[in-house]
Design a protein around this ligand. Structure first.
Ligand SMILES: [Zn+2]
Length: 411
């Protein structure tokens, strides 16, 4: 392992975002593609870096009026019907020199129309409180030179330095000319982006090295829409998927809600939608931009307690309940249910209350560091029942004002 790689991995571990997860998704996609299940190879790598911990002090609140020296732009706003967000666009120098400025202006304008349409139209039940307009600044594109990775002297730092950050809270960075050495390790991460969200679009693959890569195909606009879900506070739901083969206890698959943040990341618009869970978060976040948004929101709104009950023919019955955590297995590129329970409870009079549910899921003060899924198993005599519990379910319960999550096993 190279020193550079080690340093990169260390940085990644330290970052308070689930950036690694994002990389894993793309790798998994690629693997699926290789096995022939997809018609086209999904070869681009999209990373988002969101609003890092410790940067909130410098980010203005929702209601602050942004004063920009630049009068060309309408500042971001939320008027109750529409949320308008300016997007700073940046392009790597070699990519920029591969085409004309007019080409990028035209294609980016079209692509962001696709993104806005997908973002809004994926609200199938019309639950979004506002219409979203992400406005790309195609008239003043930042062109940066050198490497496109995240972190020290990375694309995010270079681009943010050139952004008017009193005004732009989101930078979308396109690397159209992948040079290989620049990323190498799919580089990502950052220390402190002062509450500014950045999305890095890059083909980090050997096949696409040293040539111009098109980022105006169908997968890129879909992936960027997924990333905007993060920008509006929603976590990755695909992280919670457990394949049946990775569940040695009940051999059942766990699939979170269908969503652009789950299995609909790359699907055509007409087949895709936001989950109710995602819409609740997007509505709640509104026009906020601040550090640690995704994970802190989940922590704050998490259900406080969990009441575990067991019943037989409607009557309470005593049972033993074990919670088996899912943990990421790097050899399988997916999460696996461990065969050793992390928590064991004895139900008395058919119930047991977990009084601090956050403690069960969150492993440290860094709220991204948590268990995503447990397989819960109840045993009465020789009979067993299984139920899934996942972080986002506890979050949704809390958002719905059900501060006690109820888990009932029926025998
Ligand atoms: Zn994601």
């Amino acid at each position: 392992m190279s020193r550079k790689l080690q340093a990169m991995q260390k940085r990644l571990r330290n970052h308070q975002v689930n950036l690694q997860n994002e990389i894993l998704m793309i790798r998994t996609k690629k693997k699926i593609a290789v096995s022939g299940q997809l018609e086209e190879r999904l070869v681009f790598f999209l990373f988002i870096l969101l609003i890092m911990g410790g940067c909130s002090s410098s980010s203005p609140s929702d209601n602050d009026i942004l004063v920009s020296k630049d009068t060309r732009y309408l500042p971001d706003y939320d008027n109750g019907d529409t949320i308008y967000i300016n997007v700073k666009i940046a392009i790597d120098e070699r990519g920029w020199n591969s085409k004309t400025p007019d080409y990028f202006k035209t294609e980016l304008t079209k692509q962001w129309q696709q993104i806005n349409a997908r973002f809004n139209n994926s609200d199938r039940k019309k639950l979004l409180k506002r219409t979203y307009v992400f406005q790309p600044d195609v008239n003043d594109i930042i062109v940066y030179s050198g490497c496109s990775y995240w972190g020290e002297n990375g694309a995010n730092e270079k681009v943010i330095k050139q952004m008017d950050t009193t005004f732009f809270k989101l930078g979308v960075i396109y690397d159209f000319f992948y040079e290989g050495a620049e990323a190498g390790e799919y580089g990502g991460g950052c220390g402190d982006d002062r509450g500014i969200g950045t999305i890095l679009v890059i083909n980090g693959s050997e096949d696409f090295k040293n040539k111009y890569n098109d980022h105006f195909g169908v997968y890129t606009y879909r992936a960027i829409t997924h990333e905007l879900g993060h920008f509006r506070g929603v976590t990755d739901l695909y992280i919670d998927v457990i394949e049946a083969a990775n569940n040695p206890l009940s051999q059942e698959k766990f699939m979170p809600d269908h969503c652009l943040m789950n299995d609909f990341c790359y699907t055509p618009d007409e087949e895709s939608y936001w989950s109710d869970y995602a819409v609740k978060i997007i509505n709640k976040v509104g026009n906020q931009k601040k550090a640690g948004l995704i994970n802190d929101l989940m922590y704050e709104d998490f259900a406080d307690r969990m009441l575990i009950t067991a019943t037989k023919n409607g009557d309470p019955i005593d049972a033993q309940v074990k919670l088996y955590p899912a943990e990421y297995d790097h050899t399988k590129w997916s999460s696996v249910i461990k065969e050793t329970p992390l928590f064991v409870y004895s139900l008395t009079n058919g119930q047991f209350q977990v009084n601090d549910l956050r403690k069960l899921f969150f492993r440290s003060d860094n709220h991204w560091d948590r268990y995503h899924v447990f397989l819960s198993e109840a045993t009465v005599g020789n009979e067993k029942r299984y139920l899934w519990i996942a972080d986002y379910m506890m979050h949704e319960s809390g958002m719905d004002e059900k501060k006690t999550y109820e888990l009932n096993f029926n025998f």
